[in-house]
Each structure stands twice: as C-alpha cells, then as structure tokens.
Design a protein around this ligand. Structure first.
Ligand SMILES: Cc1cc2nc3c(=O)[nH]c(=O)nc-3n(C[C@H](O)[C@H](O)[C@H](O)COP(=O)(O)OP(=O)(O)OC[C@H]3O[C@@H](n4cnc5c(N)ncnc54)[C@H](O)[C@@H]3O)c2cc1C
Length: 506
C-alpha cells in the first residue's frame, strides 16, 4: 500500500459505516479525473506561493491545509471514481471569510471547488485540476430554532444527522433523510437539492427550504435568509442556489422548515415475487395508508443479497425476487399499526406480499433501515461500482435493469436496482472487480439514451456534477441550457465556481 494511501485511510472516520466501507473497499488511488476522462485545464491562474501566504495571513491554523497527506482526502470522491489535484484546502469559519476567499479568487482568476461532506455521487464535490477546495465543515453553528413554526436556521456545514438529533429533542424532525446523513452537510443537501428516503411525505427542498444566505463568485453576500412560508416579493432567488451544485454561489446559511416529530412510526418490510407486484402494492399502499405513508422503497434480490453478503447485515425475512420497505408517520400508534396490519393481511391474502414483518420497535426499525441504507455502499466491496440515479415513469421503472443485465451478461459481477418508488427514482448499480473502460463505454451513453427514450431524467437526485454535463441534453433542451449559461455568466462571469461541472462546454 502506498504511503499516501495509508494516510488517506487513517483520515477516514472508521466509526461510521460509510467510513468503514470506504476503508475496506479502497485498494488503490483512483486515476486522476483529468486523465481518466480526457479533460483539458481551462485558463485559470495557477496557484502561487503568494496566494497561500495571503490565505495564511487572514486565517488561523487548521483553516489552511497544504500538506500532501492532508489535502488528499479532499481530492477524492466517495465512490473513489474521481481524483483532483488541488494543493490548497480552505476551511472558512464564517460567511465573511467565504466572501474574502471568493473576492480574492475572482480577482486573481483562481478556480474554486465548494465542498460539503464530500458524499456526492457525481464527482461534483472534488476538484478536477488544481481548484482551491473551500470546505464548509467549520461552519457548523445552529443559529435559531422557532419551535412553533419549525423554522431552523443554521450554517451550511452542519451535518444532517446532528441537525436531526437537535430538532428531535425539541419535538421536530428534519424534512430530509438519506443514507449519508452522518457525513453530508445541510449546505451540500441544498446545493444538490438532495431527495432521499422521505421525500414522498415531506416534499423536496425547493418546498422545505425557506431561505438561504449565499456568497456569489465576486464575494457579494446574498441575503435571502427568510423564515417565512410565504414571501412573494419578486423573483424567488433562493431557488437559484437549491440544486445548482456550487456553480452559482457558495451556500453559507440555510433556513429550513422542520415538521413535527411523528408520535407513531411503524415500518413494514415485505417480500414480493415480481416487479409488477411492487407497482400494484404501491398503488394499494397509497390508498390504504393515505396520509401516514412516509416512505415506499424497493430493492431487488441482488441489491439485498450483496448487502447481506458484503456487509454481513441480516435480512429479517427470507430470499425473494423483490423487497419493499414501507414506513408510516402518524400521530396515533394504535390507529397506524392497525392500518398497517390491515394492509399487510389484505395484501398477503391477495398474494401481492408473500412474506413480511411489521414493527414499531425503534431498534428493529433501525436495523431494517440500516439494511436499506447500506445498499449504496455495499457494492464498493465488489471492487468498483458504476452508479446511476435516474427518474423513469413507473410503468417502465425496472426495464433498464433488465436490459442492462442482458447487454452486459457475465462481463460484470452484478447489476441491481433499488430506490424510491414513490418518487419514480431508481438507483442502478453495476459492480465490477475494477474500473474498466470497456464496461464504461457499454454503459454510457446507452443508459442515458434509454432513459431519454422513456421520458425520464438522467439525474433524479444526485445532480449532474462532473460526470454528466455531456449528457445533460438528454434531459434539458437547448433553450433551457442557454438560459442556464446566461445565469452562470451573470452570477459568475469569470467561471471560477466549480468549473468542469454541470454545464457542458460549448
Ligand atoms: C450512502 C449514500 C447515500 C446517499 N443517498 C442519497 C439519497 O437518498 N438522496 C440523495 O439525493 N442523495 C444521496 N446521496 C448523495 C449525497 O449524499 C447527496 O448529494 C448530499 O446532498 C451531498 O451532500 P454533501 O454535503 O456531502 O455535499 P458534497 O458531496 O460535498 O457536494 C455535493 C455538491 O454540492 C456542492 N456543495 C456542497 N456544499 C456546498 C455549499 N455549501 N455551497 C455550494 N455548493 C456546495 C459541491 O460543490 C458539489 O457540487 C447519498 C450518498 C451516499 C454516499
């Protein structure tokens, strides 16, 4: 093992499952993104010693990282597909510090890569060349919580799980939940418009985020940090920062609406014999469970099997072709349990559910969620994972997995599908012993062409990042792309913010 790689391992947080997966799955440093994908460096200024001296003069120790071993983890993405070449990591502690960094970089034409928890899955969070990484981890203060309205105001570097723990103690929950919650930042969630496990119930971030504070490329602080549900005063500027993946500004503060902590939570985990039955069960769950339905997730046999085998996480039921996880959030435990049990017996009788378990015990629910949430990382232990995150109308939702299996045959280890049925969002993972250009060219653009033919979106929730700009035209027409370019030019005329991401080169 190379020295730099072993240093990377000691830096990952081995106490959480994500850290462990990265640790065990790592066998070599990923190839540089610029070489792997043949990218040419744009005409930004190269970093000089005087730039480093400037940042050292305005920041304290620990806020400016330049040692090779310290910088390396910030250059590599979570799935170890992309590797940048940044030589400088800056960790601002306030909005004013972010503003100073950007004003300086804009003046000097130095490119910048904003970074949150670095759990993004499309290579957007790491540099491609020598962009300066602006990591928000030290901006982790919770500013205010209005327990009556549920409005939480916090800095962008707060970890999602920490926020959820904080608001739970005060009778609320975060409206967003995802497998990476122990590492991802709320600023990263907003910048990617993350979806996750409970979007079905609480909606997406364009609805839940009440306001943002962000810094433009030239250092101007934009204050849209309102905590009102209604504010129809002109353009809704916060939406520009939700999902723009660090290309229009750096999000520094977020105001988000937190729903009440549900008094009753129940969870069902079911085995089904076909995908057709998964769809029918979804229809039935919507009508039988109504307003208490908070999650409807599906995974195929291969997704669960490889998670059980690779991570030694037990499956609470036997082996079935498809699995469905249903969660309810309500206010009356007896009433909700009765509804869920009635739903289970009805659908066992109809034959849609072959086997299943229902629980309201926190420890048991946690174990089932743990199995579901670990699917995303389990494939890394096969060697390398090609990951896709697409939206497809429900009737054709699973077709892409079947067609990929047929196309790839035994050239790959596994092809599996899992995801958020309620959102029409499927994650497709193709695992191989190591990265292979041959498999890559069989997958792309094939997969995006198929999604476009089915009127789907090539990115449901992970974003475009570094990996998909050249395919964005499958989901955005030329007029929309033109408007995106005009917005980018207005907000970041020198193009210093997250270059090589989101927008394709003309
Ligand atoms: C195990 C696992 C499960 C996941 N499950 C889901 C899921 O269910 N749903 C989902 O949507 N995603 C999921 N993801 C993807 C990822 O966690 C989300 O995209 C998350 O929102 C990224 O947050 P982050 O703080 O890690 O951002 P990063 O990965 O650091 O950055 C992501 C993008 O946002 C930009 N960015 C980050 N912070 C800021 C900021 N403050 N200002 C401006 N730009 C910024 C970066 O430049 C980059 O383009 C999962 C990832 C993993 C590893």
């Amino acid at each position: 093992m190379s020295k730099s790689l072993s240093m990377l391992f000691t830096l990952v947080n081995k106490s959480n499952i994500l850290g462990q997966i990265r640790y065990y799955a790592s066998s070599a440093l990923p190839q540089l993104s610029s070489e792997k994908y043949g990218i040419k460096r744009k005409h930004f200024s190269p970093l000089q010693q005087e730039d480093i001296n400037y940042f050292k003069s305005i920041f304290k120790e620990g806020q400016v990282l330049t040692e090779e071993s310290e910088v390396l983890p910030f250059n590599i993405d979570w799935i170890k597909n992309c590797r940048g070449q940044s030589k400088l990591i800056l960790k601002p502690k306030s909005t004013e510090e972010v503003s100073k960094i950007l004003a300086y970089c804009n003046e000097k034409r130095l490119a910048v890569c904003p970074q949150g928890g670095n759990t993004g899955l499309v290579g957007g969070s790491v540099p491609v060349f020598d962009e300066i990484v602006v990591n928000l981890a030290l901006m982790n203060k919770i500013n205010t919580l209005d327990e009556l309205s549920g409005a939480l105001v916090c800095e962008a570097g707060c970890i999602l799980e920490t926020l959820d723990d904080y608001v739970r103690e005060r009778g609320l929950i975060m409206p967003i939940d995802l497998g990476a919650k122990g590492s991802c930042h709320i600023g990263g969630n907003v910048s990617t418009n993350a979806g996750g496990l409970r979007l079905l119930r609480y909606g997406n971030l364009h609805g839940c985020v009440m306001g943002v504070e962000a810094v433009k490329a030239d250092g101007t602080i934009i204050d849209c940090l309102r905590t009102l549900k209604k504010d129809n005063t002109g353009y809704h500027l916060k939406h520009l920062f939700i999902g723009s993946e660090g290309t229009l500004g750096v999000v520094t503060k977020v105001a988000i609406s937190c729903p009440s902590l549900p008094k009753a939570v129940s969870l069902g985990f079911f085995g089904l014999k076909s995908f057709e039955n998964v769809l029918q069960l979804y229809k039935s769950a919507k009508s039988s469970l109504g307003e208490i339905l908070s999650a409807f997730e599906m995974a195929d046999n291969c997704a669960i099997k490889s998670t059980v085998e690779n991570l030694k996480i037990p499956n609470p039921i036997s082996d079935y072709p498809f699995y469905v996880l249903v969660e309810t959030h309500g206010s009356d435990e007896n009433h909700d349990n009765e509804k869920l049990t009635r739903f289970l017996s009805k659908e066992m009788e109809s034959g849609l559910i072959i086997d299943g378990t229902i629980t309201s015990e926190p420890a048991k629910m946690k174990n089932i969620w743990h199995l579901r949430e670990s699917i995303a990382g389990a494939g890394l232990l096969d060697g390398y994972v090609f990951k896709y995150d697409v939206s497809i109308p429900l009737t054709n939702y699973y077709d892409i997995v079947l067609s990929l299996r047929k196309k790839l045959g035994d050239k790959v280890r596994n092809v599996y599908g899992y995801g958020h049925i309620g959102d029409g969002n499927i994650h497709i993972n193709v695992t191989v012993p190591q990265y292979s250009k041959e498999i890559y060219s069989l997958l792309e653009p094939y997969i995006f062409e198929q999604v476009a033919k089915l009127n789907g979106s090539i990115s449901a929730e992970h974003g475009v990042g570094f990996r998909k700009p050249q395919f964005i035209h499958y989901s955005k027409d030329a007029s929309a792309l033109q408007l995106m370019r005009e917005l980018k030019r207005t907000m970041d005329p020198n193009g210093i913010l997250n270059p090589y991401k989101v927008l394709p080169d003309v």
